[in-house]
Design a protein around this ligand. Structure first.
Ligand SMILES: [Zn+2]
Length: 291
């Protein structure tokens, strides 16, 4: 029997490595993200069946492999439509783009596991379909991530993670941390909902968790700026920031994830006019802009 937790007002969540959400209205059910793999997809279908509902569609919040991993299974098994944010569609339809994006070229085999590359599915833009839920722009963690909201429940995808997971990873993953920070501040300004992160626990008072995510971003930004008291190559910046934040890289895939994340910080600080780079001996050398 698959465990399912009722959140109220026809909303549910299925616990797992990544949460799978459900919204059921008049016996018609929308699955929100499909977890990491076929197994999580199968479990979602079983839950829909156990609730005596008809599966209407899959709604993807974003294209990360641990959120679209069950799409292919559900699409084949049920034939329902899969919808996702327009900017995420290329990644859902062609999941190799995710490791390509992280690596910045033809990816090493370490990035081709199911944790970074899901099976493809034929997703269509969610903006073009009428749905009985509100779609909320939560970009930053990924290029076009959305949240999905009912009157009472707000599925916030990966806009923030629970404190335990955050302390394990130290730096919250974001494609574009500047936008991710604005998204966190936007969620802090909303009130009166049950907030459901996909790596964490639901809460009506998520302020402490959101603040912890914001602090982790600010700490990373400050550490990076301090590291640049010396001019450093991209590799040196990454190594110095991770060491100072006490991040221990255990495998190559994780290295490329942090590298991509911190390169996003470097772009952000360069856009803000705080740092710049020069090219020296065929290397990019980052340097502080002194006021
Ligand atoms: Zn994600």
């Amino acid at each position: 029997m698959v465990k399912v937790e009722e959140l109220g007002n026809g909303a549910y969540r299925i616990p797992g490595r990544t949460i799978v959400g459900l919204i059921c209205i008049d016996k018609e059910c929308y699955v929100i993200d499909t977890g990491l793999d076929d197994d999580q997809g199968r479990r979602a279908l079983n839950v829909v069946k156990s609730l005596n509902c008809k599966l209407k569609a899959v709604l993807n919040t974003h294209s990360h492999a641990d959120h679209i991993g069950g799409n292919n299974f559900i699409e084949k098994r049920s034939g329902v439509d899969i919808f996702g944010p327009l900017e995420e569609i290329p990644y859902i339809r062609n999941p190799k783009l995710e490791p390509v994006m992280l690596y910045g070229g033809s990816p090493v085999p370490e990035l081709l596991s199911k944790f970074f590359m899901a099976k493809p599915s034929n997703a269509k833009p969610i903006e073009n379909v009428k749905l009985p839920v509100k779609l909320v722009d939560l970009r930053g963690h990924s290029p076009g991530m959305i949240g999905i909201q009912t009157d009472q429940v707000f599925f916030v995808a990966d806009a923030y993670t629970g404190i335990n997971i955050l302390s394990k990873h130290v730096i919250p993953y974001a494609y574009d941390t500047e936008s991710a920070l604005k998204t966190l501040e936007f969620i802090l300004d909303t009130k009166g909902l049950l907030y459901v992160p996909f790596h964490g626990e639901p809460s009506e008072e998520p302020e402490e968790e959101i603040e912890a995510n914001i602090s982790a971003i600010k700490r990373t930004k400050e550490t990076l700026l301090k590291a640049l008291k010396d001019d450093l190559s991209t590799c040196q910046v990454i190594s110095r920031v991770l060491s100072q934040l006490n991040v221990k890289i255990r495998d190559a895939a994780l290295y490329f994830l942090y590298e991509s994340l911190l390169k996003g910080y470097l772009s952000w600080l360069k856009r803000d006019g705080l740092i710049t780079f020069k090219i020296e001996f065929n290397k990019i050398i980052w340097t502080l802009i002194k006021a």
